[in-house]
Design a protein around this ligand. Structure first.
Ligand SMILES: CC(C)(COP(=O)(O)OP(=O)(O)OC[C@H]1O[C@@H](n2cnc3c(N)ncnc32)[C@H](O)[C@@H]1OP(=O)(O)O)[C@@H](O)C(=O)NCCC(=O)NCCS
Length: 332
């Protein structure tokens, strides 16, 4: 049987930075309020002509270069995004594949909001274990600034842009294998976090004259409570199912939505500060890109070593959730 190994990580953050003080000039808020409630200090924002696929390509190039796998060996590309280059089609994955010079590879997007990266990891694992594919590029890329309402202080303080990518490849060595990935969803909470306009579920007249057709809307306080509950259960379950103690995790890399959510989940697992990866302060919430961007920070700091066990945990609109136990298994 083939196993799926997590070979490499890469990420990209656009140059422009939007600080809390910048936001305080746009809506009634303050650096103090945002820092205290979320831990976010700044977020990166794409340039006017920079698309989600452009950012995905930048992250993917790094992941490919670091993987030791030839680009011609990649046989599938999956992109997780809620801010695609185009509404409906073509998928952002096909655009990224084209820009990377990967003609003919299977390419598609999935929509699982902030859980997107864990979902595409589970799909890559399944395709490799079934023997259908050998080298899969997974990309989480978001230009959330395009679907953020910068007059709504309840949401615009949270989100940023960026991308992260990873190469998952087949191995015979069980020691290198991704141990487990859990995913789930519950549509009864759909209205907590959504882009209510612009699809077939919205009233037709909602689109007319609306520049804000695809803006995100959120019930922040309720989302916060469900997030803490779901994320905690998620990691407790995956550790118990695999008989792994939290202390054996080198890097707990949760979705970077809010410092207080991450702290609550980390505390529930008795995680030490050095185990918990925190990048929300400088990137904000980048949805499907947040976990690989955080992982890339650990990699570039030199702290992600071959064999290190990573615990991933995510939660997002849908609602969706997921967790993963992943040893870092680079080829070089
Ligand atoms: C959004 C969030 C920071 C708001 O914090 P909160 O403590 O829940 O705040 P509430 O929504 O209860 O609002 C409390 C007050 O702050 C105000 N407020 C909201 N946003 C504000 C802002 N940016 N600046 C100043 N005040 C703000 C509200 O209007 C409200 O005022 P009121 O009491 O006069 O009505 C928090 O709910 C959160 O992070 N939720 C999770 C969001 C998330 O992670 N979503 C993505 C999941 S993937």
């Amino acid at each position: 049987m083939a196993y799926a190994a997590f070979r490499s990580i890469g990420a990209y953050a656009p140059k422009k930075i939007l600080t809390n003080d910048d936001l305080a000039k746009m809506v009634d808020t303050s650096d103090e309020w945002i820092t205290k409630r979320t831990g976010i200090k700044e977020r990166h924002i794409a340039a006017e002509n920079e698309t989600t696929s452009d950012m995905g390509v930048a992250a993917a190039k790094l992941a490919i270069e670091r993987s030791g796998i030839n680009v011609t060996e990649i046989d599938m590309l999956i992109c997780a995004t809620i801010s695609p280059d185009y509404f409906c089609m073509p998928s952002t994955a096909t655009i990224i594949a084209n820009k990377l010079g990967l003609p003919g590879v299977t390419a598609f997007d999935i929509s699982a909001a902030c859980t997107g990266f864990v979902y595409i990891l589970s799909i890559a694992k399944a395709f490799i274990e079934s023997g259908m594919k050998k080298n899969i590029l997974i990309v989480g890329a978001e230009r959330l600034s395009a679907i953020t309402d910068y007059s709504d202080r309840g949401t615009c303080i949270l989100f940023g842009d960026g991308a992260g990518a990873a190469l998952i490849s087949a191995t015979d060595n069980k020691e290198e294998a991704i141990i487990d990935v859990h995913t789930g969803a519950d549509g009864t909470y759909a209205d907590l976090l959504m882009t209510p306009n612009g699809g077939t579920g919205s009233p037709h007249d909602a689109l007319e004259g609306e520049a804000n057709a695809c803006f995100m809307q959120m019930k922040g306080n309720e989302t916060f409570k469900v997030a803490v509950r779901t994320l905690t259960k998620d990691v407790v379950d995956i550790l118990a199912d695999n008989d792994i103690a939290a202390e054996h995790v080198q890097h707990f890399i949760p979705h970077q939505a809010n410092y207080r959510i991450i702290k609550a989940v980390g505390d529930a697992l008795n995680m030490k500060d050095e185990q918990v990866v925190l990048t929300v302060g400088k990137y904000g919430n980048t949805s499907g890109a947040s976990i690989p961007m955080a992982m890339n920070d650990v990699y570039e700091s030199g702290k992600l070593q071959a064999g290190d066990l990573m615990l991933l945990d995510a939660f997002g609109g849908g609602l969706t959730w997921g967790s993963a136990l992943v040893p870092f298994s680079p080829l070089k």
